[in-house]
Every structure is written in structure tokens, then in C-alpha cells.
Design a protein around this ligand. Structure first.
Ligand code: GAL
Length: 696
């Protein structure tokens, strides 16, 4: 009997000591690692050793191979050649560089697509995408998946026990770069998916509302992926939501399948990840749950965004990294890295400015500040020919001179030594910060639904989220961007911006959260529909009425050139994007009211106490976010949580005992650092692209 009791106890204690492969590769006390992409297939093999030696001398800890090298690995069907890759892996090892090995599945070799053109994706206009770039094979092709299974297995078998290989990246930015796959394979799989979801065609007709306009189907075989090209105006909204969910499942299934194959054949010390473009159709990180953790890719200076001030176009905007850090940190495995950051100019922007000197370094610090395990910089060498000519590397075109970005990486590698020396593993988040923590709920189904039915040309879902994200960051609040899988109870504050699709179970969870002392913030559009995007057979947003203390609400929009006014406190704010006009129930406080329009004096923002917590409903969406910010500050103040007032573009984060501040603005910013603090990197006077790190 005693023996029996001892065994589980022993197992338990062994389990608690066993480190995850991610922690083994990136030990906590090392804080952060730097990596760089290298394409041996692009360079003369006589240069491999020189390049990898140089990479190692720069303080880079790992490199990244082979995500596009299928044609070299399997030059002919069934003939595998890993000799070249073996040589370059052992050279990396010789210089102390670890390797991320990638599955080459974004780039099938030409023999495969010529022999089996049915593996290719097809655009909505019927054009089949041909060999010659990447991301052109269909996740829905069983044939393609068979070839994928084999190459992934061969790679896993070959490198699954190689100690130089620390982990695996599946594919590269799976997502077909925005092309929705209308191939016959996808059509067939979509019908299976619908059949599994709905069971009967009557059910599908019911959920999609097909009795209107004679849209009714008699059989699943009649259904096609909804396409703008095949209908005179917009496709059915429920069909579109299902299309997005289906595509996200196909993508996730493709990645999860590869993860399962790798898992069966690799050593338990190697981890598995993939690199995703954040908030990009049809990527839904919440569905990709077989890897150990997820990474993302990000390019901040591409001519698309003006940034902050006259040099902003060289600096990028903080939410591009911050929001993704805070989302990916909360995905599977609760760890993340950034798999790609630009080292300088890219070749594919609307125009391609030079990043401001220091910006590359600042971005790396932003990932560090967000709790990332690593940044892997894209790419080591600038290509001289072929795709991506003009894309900077860490090394200039001569193959040996460090680029400005390369120098900035080398600088961070040196500075990290200082931070490691100052690291105290007994740190914990200061109480003042912990009191400001907020969970921000985000779900791709809401995003898909609202992007398809924007209702006003001024509605954009992500900017709505970012408005709240940025104002919370100006409070220096720690934000976790989370899915409904998370337990909300550890957050003093929880916000669900424009959470359009929900069910009673979620409302019950929110209610309990509030009754137990949480402060919930809901914003316009929340709760208007069920999970199938059906409006309730009840007043608009009925399921949240009781929780929010609302007895009725409707919404309004205004043209871009006119401004409605809202009174809050002694100030007036302008809006024209979106207004939920609220009738509060008895006992609900009205915090802000409309100052004009036919509903003058109706509520724009309400607040109520419930149990030990509060619910605030912010019904108006403004361009400048000033109303939202002032309301949120009051929510924080009434809950007894302090806030800071950082200008947009000044980032202040805390990680592992370190405070980090960054400057994305074009002006000098003075950071308030207590006199007793120990400044480790930089100083309180932050130049544009400046970084300061201190301990208090
Ligand atoms: C990324 C992609 C890389 C590379 C890079 C260029 O989106 O994953 O393979 O093409 O862009 O900036």
C-alpha cells in the first residue's frame, strides 16, 4: 500500500522538475535570444562557413533553415537529399549556433505541381495559381497532404535527434497571402465541413436564412464556397462566416497535422512552432494548438503607415508589435517569439524608407519587453538576385559588411549580457502594475463577421480594438489579449471590445466575473448576435441587457463630414463612426449623454455596480479615442487603480524585474524614472527610437 502511494508522489515531483523543451532552449535566466534566417540554397557553399562564423561572432544564438528548400531536399519524386543540409547544420554547430529546422511546405517542387496540378489553389476568378512563387498548394488537397506527410516525416527522421536542432517551424506564414482557395478540393472539403457542422441541409438552410431570395439548397452537393465573383452583390453573411471558419480550420488542420507527425518522430527536447501573420485571414491562432508555442512575423516600416510625427514612417507604430506580443504570449504554450523582424529596408512596401537609425534595436527591445523568448531577424544576407532583391539583411551586398540593422542586433546582443547579469529570478510584478492588469477578449469570428458587415464605411474592427489597446498602454497597464479559453478571474479588469457574437454561457461567465469583483467593460456592437451571426428574436443585444443594466438600445451612424457631440463630465467630444444609443434600466448610472441629434440626452456611456464589481458600457466609437480614454480612466480611478498618462508612441513595459521604455515618436521624450532606480541601458531622455531599461 505504501509503495503504491509513493509512486504517484515520485512521478509528481519528477514532473515538476522536468523542463519543457522551450524552457531548455530559452532558459529563463538567459532572458532573451537572437536568431537570424539563412538560406544556404541561395549562396555558394564555399561561403557558408564564413557567413555562419560571422553570424555567431555577432552574438546571434540560432539560425533558421530550409522553409523554402523542398526542391533541394527532394529533387525528384521519392529521392531525398539532405547531404547539403547536413553540412550546413554541422557548420552552424561548429560555431555554436543552434538551428530551427523548417518544414518546406509553402514551396512544393515543380515536379509535384506539374504532375498533379490538382494540388494548386484557385482564385475566385477561376485562375489556378501556378508554380513560381510560394503558398500555392491547397491545404484541402489530400494528395498534397500525402506529399507533405512524407517530406515532414523524412525531415523528422533525419533531424529529430540532431542536438544542434533545437526546434521546428512548420511551413512559413501559412495563409496563402490573402488568396481564398476556390479549388475543387476546397469546394469538396467545404461541403464535408458543412455536413459535419449542420448534419442536415435543412439545418444549414435555417442557420443561413436561406428561405429568403430562394437561396434554399436541397442537398449539400449544391453548395459552393461563397464568392463575390459568383453572385451579383455580396454573398450571404452566414455563408461568409462559415467560409472564414472553414479556411481557418483547413489552415490549422494543415499545421496541426504536421505538428503531430513531427511529434511522433522527434526528440522530446526539440520544440515545434509555426510563424503566423497576426490578425490576417484566415489565420486563427486559437485553432492552432498542436505546436508547443506560436510565433509571429512583423514588418513595421513598409510605407503603409505614417507613424507618429514627421519621422514616424521610419519608426512604425507601437501597437504593431505590442498588440501581437500581448496576444501571442497568451496562445498555446504561453510563450512566444517573433520569427521575423526586418533588419532594414524591405523590397515590398508601398515605398521603402530606411528605418530610423535605432529603430531596429527598439523593435527588438519591444519584443523583449512584451515577454518574448527571442527575435529571429529576417534575414542574414541581402539577396543579389531573384525574389527579394533589395531586401536588406544583417550583412550588406558584399557579403561581409554589417548593415546598420546588423550593427543594431550586435549591439543588443552585447546589452543583453548586462541585463542577464542584473537579472534576479525572485522578481514579481509590482503591485501597482498588477492592479492595472486587463484581459482584452479577441475572437476571429467577431472580426470576420464585422469586417464583412461593417455597416458604415467608418467601421474597422482592428482599429477599434487598437483604440482601446493604445489608451490602456498610455495608462501603462499590462494587457493580455486573450480568447474565451482563458479564465478571466485573475484580471482586475476585463474588456470585450465590439464582441458582436456571443451566447448566454459567455454572458453568465461575465456576470460571475463581475459579481466576484471584476470590472467589465463592453463596447458598441457587443452581443448583437448569436454565434451563427443571427440577430436575437428580442431587442437588439438582449442577452447583455441585464448584465449591463440596459433596457433598450439602438445604433446610429453619421457621415464623415458631420460630427455628433457627446457630453462626459465637463467636456464635449465629437463622434461620427458609431453610436449605440442606450436606455438605461433603473439603478444604472449614466456617465455620458448625446448632446444633439433626435436622441439628445440619451445615454452614450453607462456604468453599474453588480455584486462586488462593475460593468461599464461604452456605446460610442470616436476617431480620436479621447472619449473612450477619459471614460476608461474613470473606470480605473473608481476601481482604485492608478494610471499613468504616457503620450501615444511612448511604450512602458515591465518584464522579469526590468522596466523598459521605448520612443516611437519623432520627438525627444522624458521618461519619469525614480531617483533610486538603477538605469541599465540608455537614459531617461529618450531620442526618437530610443530605449531605456531600468530596475526599481
Ligand atoms: C515575410 C515572409 C518572408 C519574407 C519576408 C520579406 O512575410 O515570411 O519569407 O518574404 O516577408 O520581408
Amino acid at each position: 500500500m505504501r509503495k503504491l502511494l509513493l509512486v504517484p508522489a515520485l512521478l509528481f515531483s519528477l514532473a515538476s522538475f522536468s523542463q519543457s523543451p522551450v524552457d531548455k532552449s530559452f532558459p529563463k535566466e538567459e532572458l532573451f535570444a537572437l536568431g537570424s534566417y539563412y538560406y544556404p540554397e541561395q549562396w555558394d557553399s564555399s561561403q557558408w562557413e564564413r557567413d555562419l562564423k560571422k553570424m555567431s561572432e555577432m552574438g546571434i544564438k540560432f539560425t533558421h533553415f530550409a522553409e523554402f528548400a523542398w526542391a533541394m531536399m527532394e529533387p525528384e519524386e521519392g529521392k531525398f537529399d539532405f547531404d547539403w543540409l547536413d553540412r550546413v547544420v554541422s557548420l552552424a554547430d561548429k560555431y555554436g549556433l543552434k538551428v530551427i529546422m523548417c518544414t518546406p511546405t509553402p514551396t512544393p517542387p515543380v515536379w509535384l505541381s506539374k504532375k498533379y496540378p490538382d494540388i494548386l489553389i484557385q482564385r475566385d476568378n477561376g485562375v489556378t495559381i501556378q508554380h513560381g512563387r510560394r503558398q500555392h498548394a491547397s491545404w484541402s488537397s489530400d494528395r498534397y497532404r500525402k506529399y507533405v506527410e512524407r517530406i515532414v516525416f523524412r525531415l523528422a527522421e533525419h533531424y529529430g535527434n540532431n542536438p544542434a536542432v533545437i526546434g521546428w517551424q512548420i511551413d512559413n506564414e501559412p495563409g496563402h497571402y490573402g488568396v481564398v482557395d476556390y479549388s475543387e478540393n476546397a469546394q469538396v472539403k467545404f461541403r464535408f465541413w458543412l455536413q459535419k457542422k449542420y448534419g442536415t441541409i435543412d439545418k444549414l438552410n435555417d442557420v443561413w436564412g436561406n428561405s429568403f431570395w430562394s437561396e434554399t439548397y436541397q442537398d449539400f452537393s449544391q453548395v459552393r464556397l461563397p464568392s463575390q465573383q459568383e453572385v451579383p452583390d455580396k454573398p450571404n453573411p452566414h455563408a461568409m462566416l462559415d467560409l472564414n471558419r472553414f479556411m481557418a480550420d483547413e489552415l490549422a488542420g494543415f499545421v496541426n497535422m504536421q505538428a503531430d507527425i513531427l511529434r511522433r518522430h522527434i526528440n522530446k527536447d526539440q520544440w515545434i512552432t509555426t510563424n503566423l501573420i497576426p490578425v490576417f485571414n484566415p489565420v486563427d491562432p486559437a485553432r492552432i494548438d498542436h505546436p508547443d508555442f506560436l510565433t509571429y512575423t512583423r514588418y513595421l516600416v513598409t510605407g503603409h503607415k505614417q507613424g507618429i510625427g514627421n519621422q514616424g514612417f521610419r519608426l512604425g507604430i507601437p501597437e504593431d508589435l505590442g498588440f501581437s506580443n500581448d496576444q501571442f504570449r497568451n496562445c498555446v504554450g504561453k510563450a512566444f517569439g517573433v520569427m521575423e523582424l526586418q533588419p532594414g529596408q524591405v523590397n515590398w512596401g508601398t515605398y521603402n524608407p530606411q528605418p530610423l537609425p535605432g529603430a531596429v534595436r527598439m523593435w527588438v527591445y519591444h519584443v523583449f519587453a512584451g515577454g518574448g523568448k527571442f527575435v529571429c531577424n529576417y534575414r542574414f544576407r541581402q539577396p543579389l538576385k531573384g525574389s527579394e532583391q533589395y531586401h536588406y539583411g544583417m550583412i550588406m551586398t558584399d557579403g561581409v559588411t554589417l548593415s546598420p540593422g546588423g550593427k543594431e542586433y550586435a549591439c543588443v546582443a552585447e546589452e543583453m549580457k548586462k541585463l542577464r547579469a542584473a537579472y534576479d529570478k525572485k522578481n514579481h510584478m509590482p503591485g501597482q502594475l498588477a492592479a492595472r492588469r486587463i484581459g482584452m477578449l479577441f475572437d476571429m469570428s467577431n472580426y470576420w463577421e464585422m469586417e464583412f458587415q461593417r455597416q458604415t464605411d467608418q467601421w474597422w474592427t482592428l482599429p477599434h480594438m487598437h483604440k482601446y489597446y493604445n489608451l490602456l498602454k498610455s495608462f501603462a497597464a499590462p494587457v493580455d489579449v486573450i480568447s474565451e479559453k482563458e479564465d478571466f478571474s485573475s484580471y482586475p479588469f476585463l474588456i470585450a471590445p465590439a464582441y458582436q457574437l456571443l451566447d448566454n454561457a459567455l454572458v453568465a461567465r461575465w456576470t460571475k466575473y463581475v459579481e466576484n469583483g471584476g470590472h467589465l467593460i463592453l463596447t458598441c456592437r457587443t452581443g448583437q448576435k448569436d454565434r451563427d451571426a443571427k440577430l436575437w428574436e428580442a431587442p437588439l443585444a438582449a442577452p447583455i441587457h441585464q448584465l449591463a443594466g440596459i433596457s433598450n438600445l439602438f445604433y446610429d451612424h453619421m457621415p464623415r463630414n458631420l460630427w455628433g457631440k457627446v457630453n462626459f463630465g465637463d467636456r464635449q467630444y465629437g463622434w461620427n463612426n458609431w453610436a449605440d444609443v442606450i436606455t438605461p434600466s433603473a439603478g444604472t448610472q449614466v456617465w455620458a449623454t448625446y448632446a444633439d441629434q433626435f436622441y439628445k440626452e440619451a445615454a452614450s456611456v453607462t456604468h453599474r455596480k453588480l455584486g462586488k464589481g462593475t460593468v461599464t458600457y461604452i456605446g460610442t466609437d470616436t476617431d480620436d479615442g479621447k472619449l473612450e480614454k477619459d471614460v476608461m480612466r474613470r473606470v480605473y480611478a473608481e476601481a482604485g487603480a492608478s494610471t499613468e498618462d504616457l503620450p501615444y508612441g511612448v511604450v512602458k513595459e515591465w518584464r522579469d524585474g526590468f522596466y523598459i521604455a521605448l520612443n516611437y515618436t519623432s520627438d525627444i521624450q522624458e521618461i519619469a524614472i525614480p531617483d533610486k532606480a538603477e538605469i541599465l541601458i540608455g537614459n531617461a531622455r529618450l531620442e526618437p527610437a530610443g530605449v531605456v531599461v531600468w530596475k526599481e
